[in-house]
Design a protein around this ligand. Structure first.
Ligand SMILES: NC(=O)c1ccc[n+]([C@@H]2O[C@H](COP(=O)([O-])OP(=O)(O)OC[C@H]3O[C@@H](n4cnc5c(N)ncnc54)[C@H](OP(=O)(O)O)[C@@H]3O)[C@@H](O)[C@H]2O)c1
Length: 311
């Protein structure tokens, strides 16, 4: 069998006997002599190149994404029976670290400190007696953090937050205990949101999660709560979020993902008060992709279920 591997990052794995590895440029059409490939690894392929793949690769049976969220791949291959596997686990630590950075930036209001620094201004109220000067969410010690989307990234983040003294609850499609954490479903949120200090969105983008987080959720959060989104922009009703920021019904938001990316220059969201923005920068550093590819290659050839295939 032939597997196409992108040249956009170094990817090392041992090619077993009977498998031909061909490296390809994600920005160009697949060369005619390699259109017989049975598998392709995709990462950072421009949208139009991804959408061309189903017709360029008629023999294709398996797409191995290196991204955690395969929504764009699913859309490109809609209506085909090609198996799509996500880069499961490859982003757990990078995205959890970025999310932790956003949460700590919110707690310590690094955005205000950096804005003052750019004006050579000593932000008096950030120092001194902070018990008196600042209320609300200022430390992870004892903070209640709700992680909506409690998969690989969420569980990794939960460990970091626990180490810093936070109390973590997960939200997923089924309730119970996972990795020692209490997990609830969206149906149980009403009882939870009112005592949440930080709501973290790590949901995948899907028809089911579209605008799942809207006015009702923001209204139920306490006024000192922060909202952090590293999942997908489509999971949030951005108008409702902006309204919540402007009315002060939540304390702030730290967003890495948006419904439209890049966030358009004329978007009013940019001016949302108490808003931290990072440019879809949480991931982008898949860790050891070759290990996952080698394992899924073994499974594929053995007729076993691939890692990272969700239904
Ligand atoms: N900002 C970035 O750069 C970046 C980078 C990587 C990933 N991401 C995003 O992060 C997402 C999560 O990645 P992951 O690797 O942690 O994925 P994952 O392991 O598949 O976890 C997804 C979690 O979301 C939950 N979920 C899905 N649909 C739900 C629904 N309708 N209601 C409640 N929970 C729901 C799942 O619940 P169950 O466990 O019950 O199935 C699971 O806990 C990706 O899909 C991607 O959108 C962003």
């Amino acid at each position: 069998m032939k597997i196409l591997v992108p040249t956009v990052i170094p990817i090392d794995f041992e090619t077993p006997d009977g498998v031909t590895r061909v490296d390809y440029d994600v920005t160009s059409p697949i060369p005619p002599e390699h259109r017989d490939a049975e598998a392709v690894v995709v990462w950072l392929n421009p949208g139009e190149r991804l959408r061309a793949m189903p017709s360029e690769l008629p023999e294709l049976r398996w797409v191995q994404g290196l991204m955690a969220g395969t929504d764009s791949v699913q859309a490109a291959f809609a209506g085909t029976d090609v198996t799509i596997a996500a880069g499961t686990g490859l982003h757990d630590q990078p995205v959890a670290e970025h999310t932790l950075a956003l949460i700590l930036a919110a707690a310590r209001r690094l955005d205000e400190a950096f804005a003052a620094q750019s004006e050579r201004r000593w932000l008096e109220e950030h120092g001194g007696n902070q018990i008196r000067n600042r209320q609300g969410f200022t430390t992870l010690a004892g903070a209640r953090v709700l992680i909506w989307g409690f998969g690989g990234i969420g569980v990794t983040l939960a460990g970091y937050l626990t180490a810093l003294g936070a109390e973590v609850t997960g939200v997923a499609r089924s309730a119970g205990e996972r990795h020692g954490y209490r997990v609830i479903t969206p149906d149980d949120l009403a009882a939870e949101l009112g005592t949440t200090d930080v709501l973290v969105d790590i949901l995948p983008g899907s028809a089911e999660t579209d605008a799942a987080i809207g006015a009702e959720v923001f209204e139920a959060l306490p006024a000192h709560a922060w909202f952090v989104n590293v999942g997908r922009g489509v999971t949030v009703d951005e108008e409702a979020l902006e309204a919540a920021l402007r009315s002060g019904s939540i304390a702030g938001a730290a967003l890495d993902v948006f419904r439209t990316e890049p966030l358009p220059e004329d978007s009013s969201l940019w001016q949302g008060p108490n808003l931290l923005v990072t440019p879809h920068a949480a991931g982008g550093r898949p860790q050891q992709p070759g290990k996952l590819i080698a394992e899924n290659l073994r499974r594929y050839r053995a007729g076993e279920q691939l890692l990272g295939v969700t239904t």
